[in-house]
Design a binder for this molecule. Structure first.
Ligand code: ADP
Ligand code: GLC
Length: 479
């Protein structure tokens, strides 16, 4: 089976969060199941040079912009790059400019990416044609509309990684997308007077997946459906949650080239070396006490303000905190103030670095994820594998991947972390307190670490679930 996976990120070529990790992992985990995946992504600056055997396979005209479609491979994984300098060769990140503001022409950039995917599916993007198209998030959602408009009869699977990002744009751009006028309707793209690219993926796909079964249920509710609950509910028979796995080659404390001391379950003492490196790199006092870390986009979704409220409590309890990430200055600034108040006990570092992220998992005692909602979350899974104990809010993928260390779960040998009610600083503090009291009992803690490191979040099961969905939609054909 030949699959075209279309996305805006692919780790390690480009990544701003978990989307990149998942899109990067899928081709590898699906290959043993007989599924060959070719991934289409934009040629952001510097990407062409990272591919092997690159050749131009088509010239495309996309929403008035000239583009080349390049075929190549990265570590033997087939990649198609949409090379369109006017849209993608610019400073900043995939979505934001250097000032941290959305690129003003994102509608066109990802409309063009979607149209390129549809052309490939239609056989107009070089010689290769997929049997099935897998779209990820709003950035490629419009491909479903373009495929329908082009009359392409290939099944489509859309994965929602985060319903908070919908690709909602003013209706003014609709005529510039070159779609039939009838698509500006509630059945298709119209969304509260605007248009939504994600809605295109939802209403025109043969199967819709999201990244955990819990989130699949949550997004049907008024509280968490972000305005799309009605559209999703109508298509609930096609909707399934598949929990993300992790790339156990990239995230393996026994082989990780990005950490000073490698270790496994039997050599946990070596984590101390990594912990010392954290103390040094992030300017903490060296008192041997517990280190808690947050490695995250620093946004409202991630509950950063809730964390801020408990920082004094964390420090009072004798723990240290490192916050590492990028995001909303109004959430980061109060943390920076706390870092100067509690010098050596609280460190806040802005930036994006795989090396820092790996080190923080490999040396912190606790990783905190106080998300208000979390479709799946990968950080807590990396934490488990690295023996850093997660404190997570009880929502989405966090609720189902972390087992709270209550008495019963400890007795059964399955507890892996601490949970609290999303949105409540008081509850977060209670979880922090429980975790720190457990940390003071070395036997208890070692057991918890051992359960955590044994938990299996490899892709095996989830890859089979994707393969099943692919087979099903191929059998029943496009609708
Ligand atoms: P989301 O996709 O919502 O941001 P996930 O937990 O699914 O959340 O994935 C986040 C991914 O991004 C993880 O791989 C995490 O390590 C990574 N990440 C987040 N912030 C940073 C950062 N500042 N530097 C490096 N990696 C980061
Ligand atoms: C999104 C979600 C995150 C999920 C990731 C990968 O960014 O916020 O929870 O793990 O996608 O699916």
């Amino acid at each position: 089976m030949e699959v075209l996976s279309a996305a805006s990120e692919f780790f390690p070529l480009s990544k701003t969060g978990g989307l990149g990790d998942v899109v990067g992992a899928l081709p590898k985990v699906l290959a043993p199941l007989g599924i060959s995946t070719t991934t289409l992504i934009p040629a952001y600056p510097g990407l062409v040079e990272k591919l092997s055997a690159v050749s131009k396979i088509a010239e495309l005209e996309l929403l008035g912009e000239k583009a080349d479609l390049l075929a190549g491979s990265f570590e033997d994984i087939p990649i198609l790059l949409l090379d369109c300098a006017s849209l993608f060769a610019r400073p900043g990140g995939p979505y934001l400019n250097e000032q941290g503001v959305d690129h003003p022409d994102n509608w066109k950039r990802f409309g063009a990416l979607s149209l390129a995917a549809a052309y490939i599916a239609a056989g107009k993007g070089g010689p290769w044609r997929p049997d099935l198209v897998h779209l990820h998030d709003w950035q490629t959602g419009l491909a479903a509309a373009y495929m329908a408009a082009l009359g392409v009869k290939i099944p489509i699977v859309t994965t929602i990684h985060n319903l908070a990002f919908q690709g909602q744009f003013s209706a003014d751009i609709f005529t510039r997308l070159g779609l039939p006028a009838s698509y500006f309707s509630t059945e298709y793209l119209e969304y509260y007077g605007d248009i939504s690219y994600l809605k295109s993926g939802i209403v025109l796909s043969d199967a819709i997946t999201t990244v955990s079964p819990t989130y699949a249920r949550e997004i049907l509710t008024d509280d968490m459906g972000m305005g799309l609950q009605g559209v999703l509910s109508e298509r609930r028979e096609r909707l399934q949650g598949i929990v993300n796995g992790i790339d156990t080659d990239v995230w393996d404390p026994a082989k990780d080239p990005l950490i000073p001391a490698r270790y496994d379950r039997r050599s946990l003492k070596r984590r101390d070396i990594n912990k010392s490196e954290i103390v040094e790199r992030f300017g903490l006092v060296d008192d041997g006490g517990p280190i808690m870390s947050v490695i995250s986009r620093l946004t409202w979704q991630k509950g950063i303000d809730i964390l801020t409220a408990v920082v004094p409590g964390i420090v009072d309890r004798g723990a240290k905190l490192v916050v590492f990430g990028q995001g909303d200055p109004s959430l980061i600034n109060p943390l920076i103030d706390l870092a100067s108040k509690y010098q050596g006990r609280v460190a806040v570092f802005a930036g994006f670095s795989e090396a820092h992220a790996h080190l923080l998992h490999a040396g912190s005692d606790i990783v905190v994820q106080p998300s208000r909602f979390e479709p799946c979350g990968l950080t807590q899974l990396y934490a488990l594998r690295y023996g850093a104990i997660p404190i997570v809010s009880r929502t989405g993928g966090l609720a189902e991947t972390i087992i709270d260390a209550n008495e019963a779960a400890m007795a059964a040998g399955v507890a892996t972390g601490f949970q609290f009610n999303p949105g409540s600083a008081e509850d977060l503090y209670h979880a922090v307190d429980r975790a720190l009291r457990s940390y003071e009992q070395p036997d208890f803690w070692r057991k918890l670490q051992s359960h955590a490191m044994k938990a299996d979040f490899s892709w095996k099961r989830s890859a089979r679930q994707y393969a099943k969905i692919y087979s099903r939609v191929l059998r029943s054909g496009p609708s």
